[in-house]
Design a binder for this molecule. Structure first.
Ligand code: SF4
Ligand code: SF4
Length: 261
């Protein structure tokens, strides 16, 4: 007999990429230096880059939502108050994630690890100041990169070390990304969704929120650019997902205008 799950568009989506690939930050890479930065962060575990056919890049964190049940491949809080609004609003019938991440080659998103980005860097042309002046066509990228399979195989991140404060921050084990303090329901909902992923924690003060991702470097070959902002974390408190959930259990309970404290 058919059940509602068996007719769901998510039934049979074993990899459930929407619950495993967290969009972290949109980027525009226009110079050789930008691409070197991109190569640098790809040296961190769980980090992947996506190039959209519309021309922008997205940094993805390949972890797992804490509410994902690997045995059933279902969300444990589906349609409950606790489920982030972002997930409730997502139109699974027209799912973009499944096409982009589950098929071996998507035509709307090209996924990059270090090997693929290294090819792209040498295939671009730059002027004397390092600005990109020529890039391979979309079709050339698709064709060439189909011969460079993604190598990144991350161990499943079910438990990241608990950060207790600034003293635990180590730029060889993590990356930080800055966001505005949420002011709207949609910004709030997005942060609520992000915080459920294993490995995510949050440095916060009244002016900014910095999302910390547990992501150890693969090889000791670079200095993360983000590590350099560490000196002004001093007055920030840190929350892991559990503490975040205790303070702000549901988006509806969070103040619409976030109250500074
Ligand atoms: S929303 Fe898309 S990616 Fe997520 S489980 Fe459903 S079909 Fe898969
Ligand atoms: S809360 Fe959202 S991201 Fe997490 S398992 Fe459920 S649907 Fe997936």
């Amino acid at each position: 007999m058919e059940t509602s799950w068996s007719v769901s568009p998510c039934f049979g989506c074993i990899q459930s990429p929407c619950c495993h690939f967290l969009p972290v930050q949109k980027k525009s890479f226009n110079t050789k230096e930008d691409l070197e930065y991109a190569l640098d962060i790809l040296n961190h575990q769980y980090i992947e880059l996506g190039l959209y056919d519309r021309g922008y890049w997205m940094i993805y964190y390949n972890s797992q939502c804490a509410y994902y049940d690997g045995a059933s491949t279902k969300c444990r809080i589906h349609d409950q108050d606790l489920q982030p609004q972002v997930c409730k609003d997502y139109k699974a019938l027209h799912c973009w994630y499944k096409k982009a991440f589950s098929s071996s080659e998507s035509t709307t998103l090209i996924r990059f690890d270090r090997a693929r980005l290294s090819w792209l860097m040498q295939a671009c042309s730059y002027d004397d100041s390092g600005e990109m002046i020529d890039v391979p066509s979309w079709d050339l990228m698709l064709n060439t990169l189909s011969g460079i399979p993604l190598q990144r195989i991350n161990p499943l991140l079910e438990q990241a070390p608990l950060l207790l404060g600034l003293k635990d921050f180590d730029q060889t084990k993590g990356l930080v990304f800055e966001y505005p303090v949420p002011q709207t329901q949609s910004q709030w909902a997005l942060m609520n969704f992000r915080m459920n992923f294993h490995g995510v924690s949050l440095f916060q003060d009244k002016n900014r929120w910095l999302m910390h991702l547990h992501s150890p470097v693969v090889e000791e070959l670079c200095q993360s650019l983000y590590g350099k902002v560490v000196t002004d974390f001093e007055d920030m408190s840190i929350l892991n997902a559990e503490q975040f959930g205790l303070l702000y259990p549901y988006p509806g309970q969070a103040p619409y205008k976030f109250t500074r404290h």
